[in-house]
Structures are given as structure tokens and as C-alpha cells.
Design a protein around this ligand. Structure first.
Ligand code: SAM
Length: 217
């Protein structure tokens, strides 16, 4: 099964538009210079974010979990000409790589970066105004708080995307669900929260590690 999934992922990647030179160099640099390069989005996931952004044509994007900025650049591809991205990352040691690659991608002036714990940034009130597209890809401990904030900051008809909504299958493993500290149980709670939220409709796509696509109604 895993082999088949790997093969379909590879086939899809080969038959999708390539990520391009800047993103490919950022991918290499991320693997050479960070301790957890596996956190990086795959090229196919990056093309997914780019495609969604081009479909939504957002004026304002918010991202939680910048990492080295790969997904930020992918999301920027669908911005309107005057559009802007606000992105939050706890690790300020990534600042140099952000500067370097946002500049190379020609989007440095469109991106406002916030360094710190996402909960503190939320509480600081710095994330002003409403957003058309929000990408949630930071820690999984506070997913419900982030999703709650994100929904409150979406324009009507705006979109929230949440990564890792299946958590390697842990959300459907009853034994793991019973454990209060398991990532699976947290994410299961998030999925329930989204499903029962009166202001949104959603689809939980069973691709990769699960992607929640949520629309504010
Ligand atoms: C999975 S990575 C993001 C990957 C990135 N979006 C991409 O597609 O390449 C998660 C990121 O969230 C950051 N992070 C973890 N906890 C955080 C928190 N409490 N507040 C803000 N960022 C956090 C991590 O440092 C890491 O860079």
C-alpha cells in the first residue's frame, strides 16, 4: 500500500508543473542548513498551495508555520498585484533564509514576518484585519486555538487550509485516540471542532497526511 502511495505521489509530481528554480534551490538549502528538513512541503504539496491560491486570488494571506518560507512563496503565487502575506514562525534563526529566498522570489515587500509563539502573536493583536486565505501548519498542540482565531479572521467566503488532519492515521486509531497527549487525539478534536463549527463548511481531503479545506460561510 505504502509503495503504491509513493508511486502515485511520484507519478503526480512528474505530471504536475515543476516547482521552479527558486523553490528548488530553497529545497536544497533547507536540507543543507536545517535540522528538521522533512518538515518542508513536497513539491506536489507546494503546487497544491500555489493552485489553491491562484483559484482564490487572495488580497491577504495569513500563514502559521513559515519554516524556511517554501509554502509562503508557493502561496504568494496567487496573490493579487497589491496582495500581502502575513506569516508567523517561532524560530527566528530562519530569518536569513527568509530574507534570501523571499528576495530571490521577488516577494520580500509583500511579506510581513512575525517571529514568536503563534499564541503570543495572536494575543499581541498584531494580526490586524481580515484574510481571504489562511494556511495553518505550525505546532499541533494549539490547533483549536489557531483554527478558532483563523475562522474569526476570515472574510465570508474565505478559505482556511489545515495540514496533517489525519496525522499518519492516528486520528482513526481508537487506542491512540484514548491517550490524552497523542497528536492523533488533538487532531481528532480539531476535526470534530471544524465539523461542528456553525460558521464553516469543510472537506477533509484524504491526501498526504490529510488536508482540511474549510470555507467560512
Ligand atoms: C511543518 S513546519 C512548516 C512547513 C512549511 N509551512 C512548509 O510548507 O514548508 C512547522 C513550522 O512551525 C513552526 N512552529 C512550531 N511551533 C510553533 C509555534 N508555537 N508558533 C509558531 N511557529 C511554530 C516550526 O518552527 C516549523 O518551522
Amino acid at each position: 500500500m505504502a509503495h503504491f502511495e509513493d508511486a502515485t505521489n511520484e507519478y503526480s509530481e512528474v505530471h504536475s508543473s515543476p516547482e521552479g528554480d527558486v523553490l528548488s534551490r530553497l529545497r536544497r538549502d533547507t536540507w543543507l542548513s536545517t535540522t528538521k528538513p522533512q518538515m518542508l512541503s513536497d513539491p506536489i504539496q507546494g503546487r497544491f498551495l500555489s493552485t489553491i491560491s491562484k483559484m482564490v486570488k487572495p488580497k491577504r494571506i495569513l500563514e502559521f508555520g513559515t519554516f524556511t518560507g517554501y509554502s509562503t512563496i508557493c502561496l504568494s503565487e496567487g496573490l493579487t498585484p497589491q496582495g500581502e502575506i502575513h506569516t508567523v514562525e517561532i524560530n527566528d534563526e530562519l530569518e536569513n533564509i527568509h530574507e534570501k529566498y523571499f528576495k530571490k522570489a521577488g516577494v520580500l515587500d509583500k511579506i510581513t514576518r512575525y517571529y514568536g509563539h503563534a499564541l503570543d502573536i495572536i494575543k499581541s493583536g498584531k494580526l490586524e484585519g481580515k484574510y481571504d486565505l489562511i494556511w495553518l501548519d505550525a505546532d499541533k498542540e494549539h490547533q483549536i486555538e489557531y483554527a478558532d482565531f483563523a475562522i474569526s479572521k476570515l472574510n465570508r467566503g474565505g478559505w482556511l487550509l489545515i495540514d496533517n488532519a489525519i496525522w499518519g492515521g492516528a486520528v482513526i486509531d481508537n487506542k491512540k485516540l484514548a491517550k490524552p497527549k497523542s497528536g492523533g487525539s488533538r487532531i481528532h478534536q480539531l476535526n470534530q471542532y471544524i465539523l461542528n463549527h456553525k460558521e464553516v463548511e469543510n472537506i477533509l481531503l484524504p491526501v498526504w497526511d490529510g488536508v482540511q479545506i474549510v470555507r467560512k460561510i
